[in-house]
Every structure is written in structure tokens, then in C-alpha cells.
Design a protein around this ligand. Structure first.
Ligand code: SAH
Length: 237
């Protein structure tokens, strides 16, 4: 069954109208017809829907059954992701969406090489997150926040906040996670690593500083591994 992540409000009505990329996908790529069935997904719910009319601009479907989606983790995990060179941030967005993050907050650190995220690129992250959520059979796509500076992160992120730091020697991520947490934020540093002053500011904001092990990981590997560890430790089903 083809899945389409839509605004949660669309699932509340008897009938839903899909436009833009979704309409084009259904009409032109999948060549679906009235009577065909699709799954609409949003806000942790999913609904069976029967197509009533199809055009490349607009698809109307009648909603039949709604149910909670099995694809949403209990913990709402936010990942603060530095802007990385090339397509590396996009690769992380794709992987961590599959693993179950609820929100991605882009940011720029002192040693970040890439220092600005244009609106077009931010929307590209959103599109990748939506498509990735559809393939992973999630019940919602992660939100992509506005870009922040390091200092702004600590007001923007849901607590508790955990920072993966290559200089940490004592505390491992897996031993730090509060078992019953319903929300958690994870911060990974940029290619050049996190500066001592950045770690000091994080500590001053009560962030927990953790290690991912004795090897020096690339930022994208660290982000994906850290999200996988959190989900492995905190997911229950
Ligand atoms: N300072 C490094 C590069 C940093 S790696 C250098 O030698 O160039 C990029 C980011 O990945 C780090 O800031 C950290 O958030 C994360 N990271 C990489 N390896 C890690 C480890 N072993 N433990 C915790 N975080 C790690």
C-alpha cells in the first residue's frame, strides 16, 4: 500500500485533498485510478483512503478507517545536526528519519565549515524527511526547525539535552539515557569537532556530555549511531 505523509488535520475529515508532489506522484508516477486505495499518514495516525478523483494537480480520497500508527516511537527524540559539507546532512536526515527522530534542528557551531542553510535547502531537508518517513512506514515525518547558533540551541531543544563529545572519556551515551524519558535531545558536533567553550556552555545549561566510544567518528556516523543507540535503549514495543 502506498503511504503519503500529510498534515495531521487532513486525517480528521471524511475526505482529503492531496496536491503538489503527492498528486503528481499518484496521477503521473503511480497512475492510480478512482477506486484505488492509499494510506494517509500524519500526527502518529494512519488512515485507509479510497481515491475518488485523480489529476496531476489534485487527488481527492475518501477516508475509511483510522488507527494509531505502529511506526512512532514512544520517545520524542530531537537531533541537533550541524550543517555539513556536500550532501552529508541530507544523508543524516534520511537515516535518522528512518530510525525514528521526531525533530531535526540544524545549527552552526564555531568550527562548522558550512555556515548558512538557505530556505530552499531547509525545505529540501523537509522533503527528504517526508519521503524517508513514508518508506520507513512511520506515522509522521520529523519537523525540521529553523537554523540556530550553538548558544540558541539550549533554549530551543527539549530537555534533557545530551551532547556527544569526542573528548568525553567517562560517560557513555547508553549509560546516560533516562529509561522512562518521553522527550530527549541529542546534539552532535560538526566536522571540526566541538570547542571547549561550547562544551562549557553546554555544561552550564545542564546538558549531559557523553561518549560514543574510543574511536573518532565522522559527524554523520556519530549522528546516525547516536540516534540508533537511543532508539535501541528507549524503544518499547
Ligand atoms: N574533533 C574531531 C572531529 C569531530 S567528529 C577531529 O579530530 O577532527 C564530529 C562530531 O562527532 C563530534 O563533535 C562529536 O559530536 C561526534 N563524535 C565523533 N566521535 C565521537 C565519539 N567517539 N564520542 C562522542 N562523540 C563523537
Amino acid at each position: 500500500m502506498h503511504r503519503f505523509v500529510v498534515r495531521a488535520a487532513l486525517l480528521a475529515e471524511d475526505s482529503a485533498t492531496l496536491e503538489g508532489a503527492h498528486a503528481r506522484q499518484i496521477a503521473v508516477v503511480l497512475r492510480m485510478q478512482p477506486g484505488d486505495e492509499i494510506t494517509l499518514v500524519g500526527g502518529g495516525q494512519e488512515a485507509r483512503a479510497i481515491i475518488q478523483s485523480v489529476s496531476p494537480e489534485r487527488v481527492v480520497a475518501t477516508i475509511r478507517g483510522r488507527a494509531a500508527s505502529a511506526g512512532e516511537p514512544r520517545v520524542a527524540l530531537t537531533l541537533a545536526l550541524p550543517l555539513l559539507r556536500g550532501d552529508r546532512s541530507e544523508e543524516v536526515v534520511e537515516a535518522v528519519t528512518q530510525l525514528g527522530v521526531a525533530m531535526i534542528v540544524p545549527y552552526v557551531a564555531t568550527r562548522s565549515v558550512v555556515r548558512a542553510l538557505g530556505e530552499a535547502k531547509r525545505e529540501r531537508w523537509e522533503r527528504i524527511a517526508r519521503e524517508s518517513a513514508e518508506t520507513a512506514r512511520r506515522g509522521a515525518a520529523p519537523a525540521v526547525g529553523a537554523p540556530r547558533s550553538w548558544a540558541e540551541l539550549f533554549d530551543a531543544l527539549p530537555r534533557p539535552i545530551v551532547v556527544a563529545w569526542e573528548g568525553e572519556r567517562d560517560r557513555m551515551l547508553r549509560d546516560t539515557l533516562p529509561r522512562d524519558a518521553l522527550a530527549l535531545s541529542l546534539v552532535v558536533g560538526p566536522e571540526g569537532g566541538l570547542a571547549d567553550e561550547e562544551i562549557a556552555l553546554a555544561r552550564a545549561n545542564e546538558a549531559l556530555i557523553v561518549s560514543l566510544g574510543p574511536r573518532n567518528l565522522r559527524a554523520e556516523t556519530a549522528a546516525i549511531a547516536a540516534v540508533a543507540i537511543v532508539m535501541d535503549q528507549l524503544e518499547t514495543w
